[in-house]
Ligand binder design. Structure first.
Ligand SMILES: *[C@@H]1O[C@H](CO)[C@@H](O)[C@H](O)[C@H]1NC(C)=O
Ligand SMILES: *[C@@H]1O[C@H](CO)[C@@H](O)[C@H](O)[C@H]1NC(C)=O
Ligand SMILES: *[C@@H]1O[C@H](CO)[C@@H](O)[C@H](O)[C@H]1NC(C)=O
Ligand SMILES: *[C@@H]1O[C@H](CO)[C@@H](O)[C@H](O)[C@H]1NC(C)=O
Ligand SMILES: *[C@@H]1O[C@H](CO)[C@@H](O)[C@H](O)[C@H]1NC(C)=O
Ligand SMILES: *[C@@H]1O[C@H](CO)[C@@H](O)[C@H](O)[C@H]1NC(C)=O
Ligand SMILES: *[C@@H]1O[C@H](CO)[C@@H](O)[C@H](O)[C@H]1NC(C)=O
Ligand SMILES: *[C@@H]1O[C@H](CO)[C@@H](O)[C@H](O)[C@H]1NC(C)=O
Length: 399
């Protein structure tokens, strides 16, 4: 009963959507300005020094008065947008709550000069095959609510190097792996397997990957990504960093999201990482392989279970920005000064510190920021520490 009601509501929207869409006839517009003026809302025209990306309802025109950059909020009925055939970049932001269905219209295939296309909150079920006409497209960002299958026409885009599909895909299509991809983002996918040669085909061109692995039953294919430099993982229930990641020997930037409880790293994990986000995990110590890294400069381990910083002080890494808020840190050893040559910012708010080795910290050469708000440092102690820190005007301490 409830399901059929829902169906009725959905089909009503569909009928409403198509009934009011005008047929596209571009010859009724004398030029691009005429198209802009015909839209049912005002479009701000920017000079070409700033991008439209941050500005909904914004256009930029070239010297011939042709629109080459356009950003719009949802325009389900304003199909004349697809008469702007000089467009090089197009951003459309839809809204789930708008009450309109927002399928990608097949007219998108007219925009053959597009190099950048970003469509958000699309709620149609398909990507029209006409997308295969966009031969110059380099970047495609798609945030879609109901698209579960991807048209094979995407495989016909010879310039596509940056692809993000934020959609509940039922499978990861093999043909995506023949694209010359440099960056791939696959989020909210519902598939459980990665085709066997998928990552092998993308290596070594693929340097950046953002992927939700929470439904995957086998991480084996990740071992093929030996030239990846940037990896963002959304996972669920991981307690150990998968060994497949140890084959990514060029990894520089690794970030985790999701509900994980990582507490250990494989001993042979690459030592070349420079940026590591391990926030919201279960580490009680800094992972030993990282302390030996000769490159690690930025680390975020907020929301873990660290209790003291003794191992951090032993680190040989060139640690510069260290984020450790919301742990249970009670103690900072005076050896923290061993990080004097590199540490520039240390965030420790939301811990259980009662004091700090201020006599050492004040001598740290590079340190310019220390945040110890929301700890258990009493007012008398704060006053004492402040008088010591006053000796270093380069250092700002937030109590
Ligand atoms: C398209 O618009 C032009 C100019 O308004 C008009 O002359 C022509 O008949 C229209 N074509 C169609 C197929 O409606
Ligand atoms: C930017 O604006 C200048 C002057 O308005 C114009 O000559 C130039 O062609 C424009 N550049 C592009 C890429 O449209
Ligand atoms: C596409 O861009 C090229 C070069 O910038 C230009 O010559 C051509 O006219 C454009 N095509 C369309 C359909 O605007
Ligand atoms: C892949 O990585 C290796 C080193 O691990 C490097 O020698 C090679 O140049 C890289 N290939 C590409 C295409 O980046
Ligand atoms: C790293 O160690 C794990 C577990 O011992 C092993 O499965 C994996 O193959 C090793 N990685 C490399 C690159 O040798
Ligand atoms: C850290 O500092 C202590 C005390 O100054 C020193 O004895 C030790 O050798 C240093 N450790 C490293 C790894 O630099
Ligand atoms: C304030 O903190 C310092 C350092 O932990 C401690 O020695 C002192 O007893 C505390 N004073 C009060 C009034 O709690
Ligand atoms: C503060 O920074 C300046 C410039 O970076 C440097 O010359 C100076 O020695 C620093 N002072 C202290 C007390 O570290």
């Amino acid at each position: 009963m409830f399901a059929s009601l829902l169906l009725l509501v959905l089909s009503f929207h569909f009928v409403e959507g198509s009934a009011f869409e005008p047929t596209l006839n571009c010859s009724q517009y004398s030029d691009d300005r005429h198209v802009l003026n015909s839209l049912p809302f005002k479009v701000t025209i920017l000079d070409n020094s700033s991008s439209c990306q941050q500005n909904p309802a914004c256009a930029r025109l070239n010297a011939q008065n042709q629109v080459y950059d356009l950003a719009l909020d949802l325009v389900p009925t304003a199909l004349q947008v697809y008469c702007l055939t000089h467009l090089q970049s197009l951003y459309i932001f839809g809204y789930i709550t708008s009450g309109y269905t927002w399928p990608i219209p097949y007219e998108i295939g007219k925009l053959t000069n597009l190099t950048y296309l970003s469509l958000s909150y699309v709620d149609g079920k398909d990507i029209p095959e006409t997308i295969g006409e966009l031969k110059l497209l380099r970047t495609l960002y798609l945030l879609a609510i109901r698209i579960t299958y991807i048209t094979g026409a995407l495989a016909a885009l010879p310039s596509l190097t940056d692809l993000t599909l934020h959609a509940p895909l039922a499978e990861l299509p093999s043909f995506l792996s023949i694209l010359p991809l440099n960056h791939l983002g696959i989020l909210n996918g519902q598939f459980t397997t990665i085709p066997e040669d998928f990552f092998r085909n993308l290596n070594p061109t693929l340097s950046s990957l953002t992927i939700d692995i929470s439904h995957l039953v086998n991480l084996g294919p990740f071992a093929d990504l030996t030239n990846l430099t940037t990896l963002g993982i959304t996972g669920d229930g991981m307690s150990v960093l998968p060994w497949q990641f140890t084959y990514m020997t060029n990894l520089k930037d690794l970030r985790f999201q999701g509900l994980n409880c990582l507490s250990a790293f494989p001993r042979n994990f690459t030592r070349g990482v420079t940026y590591l986000d391990l926030s919201k995990n279960c580490f009680t110590q800094l992972p030993a392989p990282l302390l030996l890294s000769e490159t690690l400069a930025n680390i975020d381990m907020s929301y873990n279970q660290l209790t003291d910083l003794s191992t951090l002080a032993l680190s040989r890494s060139p640690l510069s920005v260290v984020f450790l808020p919301f742990n249970q840190i009670q103690y900072i050893p005076p050896e923290i000064i061993n990080l004097s040559e590199s540490l520039s910012y240390l965030a420790l708010y939301g811990n259980q510190l009662t004091t700090l080795p201020a006599e050492q910290i004040v001598k740290m050469k590079k340190l310019t920021g220390l945040d110890v708000q929301f700890n258990n440092i009493n007012d008398t102690e704060k006053a004492r520490l402040k008088s010591i820190f006053a000796a270093n005007p380069n250092l700002t301490v937030y109590f």
